[in-house]
Design a protein around this ligand. Structure first.
Ligand code: PMV
Length: 324
């Protein structure tokens, strides 16, 4: 029985994606930029099954996941495949840590499926994925389209032509902006505020924000306008510019989420304690460190390698910390 293995890493958004302009095609309302975290890896093996249904294991546990099933059905339909699969997916990072694994999970699954059927879109080598692969991963989880690449990555919003049609599906894809070697000193420290899983999925959170937050449209415009500035800041390895833009974008996104009706709040009291330490380190000790937070309470601290240990020592007093 043919079995393939594929790997992908989780990513953290520096300019966020929050909201779809087309829910079924996973077309975002705006472009986003991320950094792929080199040590948070999902490794997925896939084989064709003899059983009539898919068997899916995540970290050795059998699961029934609606998002994965929907994605597998989409793949079967798109590539005229009638096989079912045995899928075994493992995360290298602590499962209980509440860290988003959907980006690395769906990117690894998309890569694996393409490998299993020798589809050219898997890319010539694992280092050279194609934009088609990112488009496929996008249909599993939006942020997964960025996890197809290493380093600094942009996910283009794409344009919806007035005529509609298939091009709108293909114009929204991710591509690498800079490889990790461009800025090896760039570093992320992860501070764990709460290890339980989130109560409002990002899909529902996004829908509610778009429908009800009075601040959402303004944020979309401002956040989109940050894209060229963020590219420039990464290009010039300007940690203060990258950090300031990322922190602002994240705070404004959470403000939109919190001003939805009913209000949604992914942050916990510990989250605030962590961000206060980050601000104190920056303002009082002049350490270049900035925070960003996705749809959950944990905090990612953007800094440089030479300052990572100082950040870790301060945060260790109040929470568990991951650094690599
Ligand atoms: O891809 P999803 O549905 O898990 O959404 C991710 C949304 C954020 O993590 C909050 C932001 C982002 O750009 O990754």
């Amino acid at each position: 029985m043919k079995e393939v293995t594929a790997k992908a890493n989780a990513n953290i958004a520096l300019i966020k994606y929050w909201g779809k302009r087309d829910d079924s095609l996973f077309l975002p309302t705006k472009s986003s930029i991320s950094f792929t975290l080199p040590h948070l890896t999902t490794t997925t093996t896939i084989a064709i099954s003899d059983a009539p249904q898919d068997t899916i294991k995540i970290n050795e546990k059998l699961v029934q996941d609606e998002k994965i099933t929907r994605f597998l059905n989409l793949f079967r339909k798109k590539y005229c495949v009638s096989d079912t699969f045995v899928i075994n997916s493992k995360n290298s990072f602590p499962t209980a840590a509440g860290l988003a694994s959907s980006s690395s999970g769906f990117a690894a699954l998309a890569k694996g499926l393409c490998k299993l059927y020798d589809l050219a879109m898997a890319g010539r080598t694992p280092e050279a994925p194609t934009k088609e692969l990112s488009i496929l991963a996008r249909r599993g989880s939006g942020s997964a389209c960025r996890s197809v690449y290493d380093g600094f990555v942009i996910w283009h919003r794409g344009v919806t032509p007035p005529t509609g049609g298939t091009t709108q599906k293909t114009h929204s894809y991710a591509e690498q902006l800079f490889p990790p070697e461009h800025w090896p000193e760039f570093h992320i420290v992860i501070a764990l505020a709460d290890e339980s899983s989130k109560k409002v999925s990002s899909r529902i959170g996004m829908q509610k924000t778009i429908e009800t937050s009075p601040h959402y449209e303004k944020w979309v415009k401002r956040s989109e306008s940050r894209i060229p500035h963020m590219i420039d800041a990464i290009k010039h390895k300007d940690i203060d510019a990258v950090g300031t833009l990322a922190e602002r974008d994240c705070l404004e996104m959470h403000h939109c989420i919190q001003t939805s009706t009913p209000s949604i709040n992914y942050l916990r009291p510990k989250t605030r304690q962590i961000t206060d330490v980050v601000k104190k380190l920056r303002l009082e000790q002049k350490i270049p460190c900035y925070f960003t937070i996705d749809a959950g309470p944990n905090v990612k601290i953007i800094t440089l390698k030479e300052h990572a240990q100082t950040v870790v020592e301060e945060l260790k007093e109040i929470c568990s910390v991951l650094t690599f």
